[in-house]
Structures are given as structure tokens and as C-alpha cells.
Design a protein around this ligand. Structure first.
Ligand code: UTP
Length: 224
């Protein structure tokens, strides 16, 4: 399978770099690469929020803040350069064509941000469409898609399997602002729907067993 793997910034950079997770995930990906093709997108995490918060306070506009978030995500993605060994790319891909070329020479493309105005979820979904991925696998600090915001509503229910239409319905009212996060960026939800890409949203606890998640054994949400 050709798989776009999105690793939430909150996983690799919760408040400082988690080197153990980076090592663990890299090892799994190198091993799974014998049977699958991976493209990895990494989010901005706490380092992005720290810079975005400071520069917002200092008066910078949202597009500038987006550029900073993109840089932070690229920095986080570069953490995987070490663990991927011979499979590591020469540089972080800043656009989808570079990522595809990297994949074609037998390396694992690494991406952070690509363009202001969206999140690395949107990057992942566009990349998945562009390379014709079979699966978009998204690990983050929310363990699946809920029928309403679990941080606001204690009776929110996690959904095991939903359609792309339902996902879009759940996320469409999210604000477009640097650093703001819904369970998935609404733009990403739209692209996943139009390209009909099978998606799995899982929590960070399950990142230690990527093989099982790919095989459908997980506690997250499948969108198809
Ligand atoms: P993300 O929102 O994707 O990273 O990027 P995150 O906050 O770590 O999200 P999770 O936890 O991985 O899901 C951080 C910010 O960088 C900017 C946006 O402002 C975004 O909120 N960004 C990122 C862009 O403007 N364009 C991109 O292509 C990527």
C-alpha cells in the first residue's frame, strides 16, 4: 500500500522533543517499508504554538504566523532524517512534486508545512491525492473522531466508522486561524472526500503499533 502518515506535532514535540518516539516510529517505518510505501508529514506541535503565540502578541499577521508554523513543522519533520537511515531523503520536501520524486528514488519523503492558510492535515490530504495514496493514517493527541468536541461535551461519543460526508459535517465550522486545531482541518476533510481517500484517525498511544493500525486493528476512527 502507498500510505501518507501524518504524525501530530504534539507527538514529537509535546513540550520538548520526544527522541524515543522519533526513534521508535522511524524503526517501525523502515521495517514496514519492505511491504509498503510511506510518505511522512509532521505537524508543528508546541514549538509552533510557542512561536505563533509570541509573534501574534508582538503584532504579526496570520499569514506570517502560518509561515512560522510551516517552518516549525519542517523542523519537526527533520527529526526523522536520522532514524530512517538509507531510506532518509536528502532534504525535507517543501512541495508535493519533490515528495513524489523522493519516493520514486526509493526514499521516504518527509514534509512539514507547504503553504500558508492551512495545516499539515491539509498538506497530508493533498499529498495523498497527488501521489494516489491508498491510505491516510493520522496519529495525533485526539484518539479518534467524536460526534462533538470531547473537550467541551462530556457526553461526546467516539465514532468507529464514518463516511467522508459525516467527517466534513463534524469539522466544517472550525475557524481558520494560525495554530487553531479541529480533529481534522476542514480543508483536509474536503480533499479526502473528493479524492475518496480511506483515512484512519488514531491516538498517539497507538503509534507504537503502526502495523496493527494499518491492518485495521485500532481504537480510532475509520473514514471511507
Ligand atoms: P499544524 O497545525 O499542522 O501542526 O501546523 P500541529 O499544530 O502540530 O497539529 P497536529 O497536532 O500535528 O495536528 C501548525 C501551524 O502551521 C501553519 C498553520 O498556522 C498551522 O496551524 N501551517 C502549517 C501552514 O500555514 N501551512 C502548512 O502547510 C502547515
Amino acid at each position: 500500500m502507498r500510505i501518507v502518515l501524518k504524525i501530530g506535532g504534539s507527538i514529537v514535540f509535546p513540550n520538548k522533543i520526544d527522541v524515543d518516539i522519533v526513534k521508535n516510529v522511524s524503526k517501525q517505518i523502515v521495517s514496514l517499508s519492505k511491504n509498503h510505501e510511506f510518505l511522512i508529514v509532521v505537524g508543528g506541535g508546541a514549538i509552533a504554538r510557542e512561536y505563533i503565540g509570541a509573534l501574534k502578541y508582538l503584532g504579526k499577521d496570520d499569514t506570517f504566523l502560518d509561515f512560522i508554523g510551516m517552518e516549525a513543522a519542517c523542523l519537526n519533520a527533520s527529526l526523522f532524517m536520522a532514524g530512517l537511515g538509507d531510506k532518509a531523503p536528502a532534504e525535507i520536501s517543501r512541495n508535493f512534486k519533490h515528495a513524489l520524486t523522493t519516493l520514486q528514488i526509493g526514499r521516504i519523503p518527509l514534509l512539514g508545512g507547504t503553504h500558508p492558510g492551512h495545516t499539515t492535515d491539509a498538506v497530508s490530504s493533498m499529498l495523498a491525492e497527488f501521489v494516489g495514496a491508498d491510505l491516510f493514517l493520522r496519529f495525533t493527541n485526539v484518539d479518534g473522531v467524536y460526534d462533538k468536541d470531547p473537550k467541551k461535551f462530556s457526553d461526546a461519543k467516539k465514532l468507529a466508522k464514518i463516511s467522508h460526508e459525516k467527517l466534513l459535517e463534524i469539522v466544517q465550522d472550525t475557524r481558520a486561524e494560525a495554530g487553531v486545531n479541529a480533529v481534522i482541518d476542514p480543508l483536509a476533510a474536503k480533499i479526502l472526500k473528493r479524492a475518496k481517500i480511506k483515512t484512519i484517525v488514531v491516538g498517539k498511544d497507538e503509534i507504537k503499533n503502526i502495523k496493527e493500525v494499518i491492518e485495521g486493528k485500532h481504537k480510532g476512527t475509520e473514514i471511507s
